[in-house]
Write a new protein. Structure first.
Length: 175
C-alpha cells in the first residue's frame, strides 16, 4: 500500500516540515487579519465620530469659519506689529536714562539734601535739575542737555549725574 508521501514522491520528514511551516504561516496570517480588523474598527469609530451630526455643508461652514478666524488673527498681528513699530519710534523721545547725585551744597548743612538729577532720551537729549538746599530755602536750577552736552557750564555733581545717565543701561532697540 502506497502512502501519501510515496504517492507525491517526497520524503515523509520533509512533508511534515512543510505542513508545520504552512500551519505556522496560516496562524501568522490569522493574527495579522485579526489585528487589521481591530485597526479598521478603530478607524471606522473615528470616522463616525468625525462625521456624526455633521453634514458636508456644516463641515464646510466650520472650515470657512476657522479660515476667517485665521484671517482675523493675521490682520490683528499686522496691526500689533504696526503698533510696536510706533512704540519703538516714540520711545526714542522718552526720558529713559537717569542719573542722580546727592550732595551737601553748603558745609553747614548735612544729610545730603541737595541733588542733581539728569534725565535723557535715547539720543542723550534732556535736562539736568539741580536742587540746592540751604537754611534759607531750596533753590532749583535746570540746564538743557543736547547730545550729552550742555551750553552752560556744569558743576562736578551735575557732571556726575550726566555721566551716570549716559552710562545707564541702554533701552530696547528695534533691529
Amino acid at each position: 500500500m502506497l502512502g501519501i508521501a510515496d504517492y507525491l514522491g517526497i520524503d515523509l520528514d520533509i512533508a511534515l516540515i512543510v505542513i508545520a511551516a504552512l500551519i505556522v504561516l496560516v496562524v501568522v496570517l490569522i493574527v495579522i487579519t485579526i489585528l487589521n480588523a481591530l485597526h479598521l474598527k478603530k478607524l471606522k469609530e473615528r470616522y463616525h465620530i468625525f462625521m456624526s451630526g455633521k453634514s458636508a455643508k456644516s463641515l464646510e461652514e466650520t472650515l470657512i469659519k476657522r479660515l476667517d478666524q485665521v484671517d482675523m488673527l493675521l490682520s490683528a498681528n499686522k496691526e500689533n506689529e504696526r503698533n510696536i513699530m510706533k512704540l519703538f519710534e516714540n520711545n526714542q523721545f522718552v526720558f529713559q536714562k537717569t542719573g542722580l547725585v546727592k550732595y551737601d551744597a553748603f558745609s553747614e548743612m548735612g544729610g545730603k539734601l541737595s541733588f542733581s538729577v539728569a534725565l535723557l532720551n535715547e539720543k542723550n537729549d534732556g535736562f539736568i535739575i539741580n536742587a540746592m538746599h540751604s537754611r534759607e530755602g531750596c533753590y532749583t536750577y535746570i540746564k538743557e542737555i543736547i547730545e550729552g552736552n550742555s551750553i552752560i557750564v556744569l558743576s562736578d555733581d551735575e557732571k556726575k549725574a550726566l555721566d551716570q545717565a549716559m552710562n545707564s543701561k541702554q533701552p530696547l532697540r528695534n533691529e
